[in-house]
Ligand binder design. Sequence first.
Ligand code: WT7
Length: 631
Amino acid sequence: MSNKIQTLGGYIHEYSKSIQNPEEFWSRVADSFHWHQRWDNVVEWDFVGPDVKWFTNSKLNITENLLERHLFVLGNKPAIIWEPNDPEEAVRTITYRQLYEMVCQFANTMKAQGIQKGDRVIIYMPMVPEAAVAMLACARIGAVHSVVFAGFSATSLADRINDCEAKMVLTSDGNFRGNKKIPVKAVVDEALENTNTIEKVIVLHRTGDEVTMKEGRDVWWHEAIEGVSAVNEAEVMDSEDMLFILYTSGSTGKPKGVVHTCGGYMVYTYYTFQYVFQYSPVDVYWCTADVGWITGHSYIVYGPLLAGATTIMFEGVPTFPEAGRFWAICEKHKVNQFYTAPTAIRALQAYGTEPIQPHDLSSLKVIGSVGEPINEEAWHWYHDHVGKGRCPIVDTWWQTETGGIMVSPIAGVTPTKPSYATLPLPGIQLAILDNDGNELKGNSVEGNLCVKFPWPSMLRTTYGDHERCRQTYFSSFKGYYFTGDGVKRDEDGYYRILGRVDDVINVSGHRMGTAEVENAINEHPKVVESAVVGYPHDIKGQGIYAYVICDMEGRSEENLIQEIRETVNKIIGPIAKPDKVQIVPGLPKTRSGKIMRRILRKIASADTGNMGDTSTLLNPEVVDQIMEGAR
Ligand code: WT7
């Protein structure tokens, strides 16, 4: 199937078809694939339970659709081009045939190490092709992968292992990141002191640093695969069998395991990848995300490979060895579609255009943005200096829970508008609701962004706790999936995402629950109570601001602040470290004891002109004290 359309009219036509007859629309896309057994119904759903099923009773294996399906025509085409952290190290190019063999061999290896269909496997790895091989080998044998971003702490890793009762961890000795080497195996060892379900750890040799290998538990990757057959028959999966779990933060408690299933995820990531980026078979596509996040799952690994694309995997960071690295890679591999995050754009913008100048970016056709709202200034810089004014920017709005892109321009086809994600993709039925649950019809409206009809790659549940899934996404507005984002639909019907309306903040495109950070801060023995809010940050989008009540006895404020930041680093990881910590005498509370975050957000943003009515607070005097301290 080709997703090429030429005009806005083409999009409108495609969109209306998808809404008038979703079954027919999605079965047409699904027909591109190899199914062992066709579905009974395209979709069965209710948003109350919730209970959503796509392609019911159909049978497939997603890896046959991204490997075997391509071998005949694309066997020698590069599937993955790997660009190492150090530009002096050799690039690795892995063809579809080679990838097929690597996946089959590792699938057999995992089986030999005791993994069966349905078992959970944690992937805690650097950005190397073996990380993709690991994901696909799991999918091949029906094991459920859960990739944990390798920047998370031992505590965070242990929490995830325990929540899904994983049997195996796939990791490396260490990771290269810029000029640093990160001893990840040591983090795994520490995590495993607090877990009891892991039977085997397979360790990829990457940095060559010394690690401790626990007898009977730990095996080297290269030793484990030695002599293992590269012939493997894929496990036949039900469309609704679990494909993977990915943990993400919410407004309460610990991160939850978002569950995606085989059939719907395959169909949607494939469709949206081709459609949004208008990928052509000879193109080289690069998404700079990490496989630890949903963007890496859907738009480095699954979507592009399902489409038979060449996808680049980059191990390093944007500023190593210098700030022109992204552009050097684009030039070196003649990248056609480039997909990154606003935080990276803003960080590079700070170096000016000089690092871009020496590089030939004429291969670029489409540039994309994902993860957080892109401010107009960054949008224009990206458009003018990277896209040279000729590449459409696809500002793609979506979430871990949606599995794939939901709102975005179609490259070169539908209009772009700075800071707007613009229009819903075919099949996506959005609704804007006011706080009382009324759907706001027509244009020039603003409210809570919801979805009122299922799409194939939506989350099915939160692992081990379906009630939490119902509560979080399906209870605020009855009969709707609630995204947690605020949105505006302008006078022309274009959507602009306004950011989270719940207690979730977006730090450098990474989702953080304020409650999660507070819980980490509260682990410090001198902390009495804390409240965390986001505030505008030039590069990160939002920074983390923590107000903390402490028992100061015998401590200097400076040391305490340092210790608090370290506590968060230790419990969650460096991405959650508060940018600012303010020791306060109290927190503004309502008479029922609820912290007034609205006030704290205003102070954190230095927007104290109009604080609203504070007289009904339990402790109004504390507001002035906090403002005083903030100065
Ligand atoms: C939240 C989801 C989607 C993959 C990466 C993040 C924000 C995401 C955009 C965008 C404005 C965006 C939303 C969303 N977000 N993309 N293009 N414009 N905001 O996935 O960690 O699940 O976070 O990121 O607030 O709810 P995630």
